[in-house]
Design a protein around this ligand. Structure first.
Ligand code: DGL
Length: 269
């Protein structure tokens, strides 16, 4: 029996990764989970990000997936090793593919990273990039308002432009030639980001890099039979449907709400 590929994010951002995977792998069955009840992950503490990521992964593992794509930089930065402890199936995060792409693009070895507060604080991108280019100079900037803007469906407009200008002015004197969109929500603001930083800076969207990672794991497609798509969220199905329509440019046929709160524990202080 065909097993699906599982993909999760804190919300709609991972749909940018889902879309690229769907375009490259027409025959694969895909299951997407967006944790819309608990988005954003970026301002949360590492322990909470790990807990949520493990719950999301467990849910997708219950769907019988063969590969898990953690389409969330924040989860990838903190929880990838913990998720790998849950299962023997391949787990793909977004940080290494993004760092590889950046290393491929840069000529000046001066690279910018934008991401959530948690991703920037983790230093995961700087580490991954300096592993590939030891003398790279990496500048990182958290852009926390970008996630709610995207979840609100405000891809463009004056407010979005002025917030982008505010955050990205940090790079004005850094002389970078490459900027990593270190959050899967950010490719949805690509046009505004590109206009703000100028055409000379090349943007890295890790979704493309993930597709080439997956090509190494998935055999050539043969029978031409279209794969199925199942979508799950933890809250607000109507809003997810509305925003996803803009991102995917086609309606979602199967969407269910899932409740992840089966039990609770307290931490000792
Ligand atoms: N899209 C996610 C990421 O790539 C998470 C954003 C958030 O929930 O703060 O980091």
């Amino acid at each position: 029996m065909k097993k699906p590929i599982g993909i999760f994010d804190s919300g709609v951002g991972g749909l940018t990764v889902y879309k690229t995977i769907r375009n490259h792998f027409v025959e694969e069955d895909l299951v997407y989970f967006g944790d819309t009840a608990r988005v954003p992950y970026g301002p949360k503490s590492p322990n909470t990000i790990i807990d949520y990521s493990i719950q999301n992964s467990r849910f997708l593992l219950q769907q019988g997936i063969k590969i898990l794509v953690v389409a969330c930089n924040t989860s990838s930065a903190y929880a990838l090793d913990k998720i790998k402890e849950l299962t023997g199936i391949p787990i793909i995060g977004v940080i290494d593919p993004g760092a590889e792409q950046a290393a491929l693009y840069t000529k000046s070895k001066r690279i910018g990273i934008i991401g959530t507060e948690a991703t920037v604080r983790s230093g995961a991108y700087s580490q991954a990039i300096t592993k590939l280019i030891p003398d790279a100079v990496v500048y990182s900037k958290a852009c926390p308002l970008f996630v709610p803007i995207v979840e609100e469906g405000w891809q463009d407009g004056d407010i979005t432009k002025s917030i982008a200008k505010h955050y990205l002015s940090y790079f004005e004197d850094k002389d970078i030639d490459t900027l990593v969109l270190g959050c899967t929500h950010y490719p949805l603001l690509k046009q505004t980001i590109q206009e703000t930083v100028g055409e000379k800076i090349r943007l890295v969207d890790s979704a493309d890099a993930i597709a080439s990672y997956l090509k190494r794991l998935i055999p050539e497609e043969t029978d031409g039979a279209k794969g199925t798509d199942s979508f799950f969220v933890s809250d607000n199905e109507a809003k997810f449907l509305q925003i996803s329509q803009n991102i995917l440019e086609s309606p979602i046929m199967s969407l269910k709400r899932v409740r992840l709160f089966e039990s609770w524990f307290t931490d000792e202080i």
